[in-house]
Design a protein around this ligand. Structure first.
Ligand SMILES: O=C(O)COP(=O)(O)O
Length: 227
């Protein structure tokens, strides 16, 4: 396959954002008298968007209390607006991968279940060295992943057939999204979830390091690499 674009998930794939999300929500939970969680538990809470993150972090008997959820969500958003880049950084090797992509004609996009505002803020601030062809987070009018709507809209915007897009992510949500959109799902093992989860949800390729994506793309895309 001659890939013409790569769509990246954000949290757990390009950026290690776990600690800032965990610290911020734990502060809000603790401040309101609710139990907090170990950072590793957040690996399974993050990935479905921030509303779901807040809901799933609450004790089960409170998860359907709409007013409470809305209030905690507002507190989370206000605090995350200050804390979002305290510790959040690209994973090791991401700079090399994005630098390499810049030497090719392969387009690149970011698709996240994070809100569109925070997705763009993260990309424009923490990945400012690179130009992305498309950056989309969750916003009204678009369904959360694993609905393929966002991925298909990006393919349309980039004018690329979904079958020619490599979709890179770290969770079941991402693998399901890629399969539903007809893109090739590549699971990364440096993110929040396990190899087993990625395989069960349809990963066709797995990589341990970002450099392995360079090898996969160069083996498949010789003609698109600028000499
Ligand atoms: O749910 C989140 O906020 C993280 O979303 P992402 O993994 O799709 O970037």
């Amino acid at each position: 396959m001659n890939f013409k674009a790569v769509i990246f998930d954000l949290d757990g794939t390009l950026l290690d954002s776990l600690k800032d999300l965990a610290d911020t929500l734990n502060y809000v939970l603790g401040d309101n008298g609710y139990p907090t969680h170990d950072i590793d538990q957040f690996r399974y809470l993050v990935g479905y968007g921030m509303n779901e993150l807040v809901r799933r972090a609450l004790p089960p008997d409170l998860q359907n209390q709409r007013e409470l959820l809305e209030r905690l969500m507002q507190e989370m958003l206000a605090r995350y607006a200050v804390t979002w880049k305290n510790n959040t950084r690209p994973y090791p090797g991401i700079d090399e991968l994005l630098d390499w992509l810049d030497t090719t004609s392969i387009k690149k996009g970011v698709l996240s279940n994070k809100s569109d505002k925070f997705t763009k803020l993260c990309v424009e601030t923490l990945l400012s060295r690179w130009k992305f062809d498309c950056v989309t987070g969750h916003h009204p009018g678009i369904n959360h992943k694993p609905d393929p709507q966002g991925a298909l809209l990006m393919a349309k915007e980039m004018k690329i057939d979904p079958a020619e897009i490599l979709y890179v992510g770290d969770s079941n949500v991402d693998m399901l999204t890629a399969n539903a959109a007809g893109m090739l799902p590549l699971g990364v093992l440096w993110g929040f979830r396990t190899k087993e989860e990625l395989l069960e949800s349809g990963a066709k390729l797995l990589v341990e390091k970002p450099q392995a994506i360079i090898s996969i793309l160069s083996a498949n895309n010789t003609q698109s690499i600028t000499p």
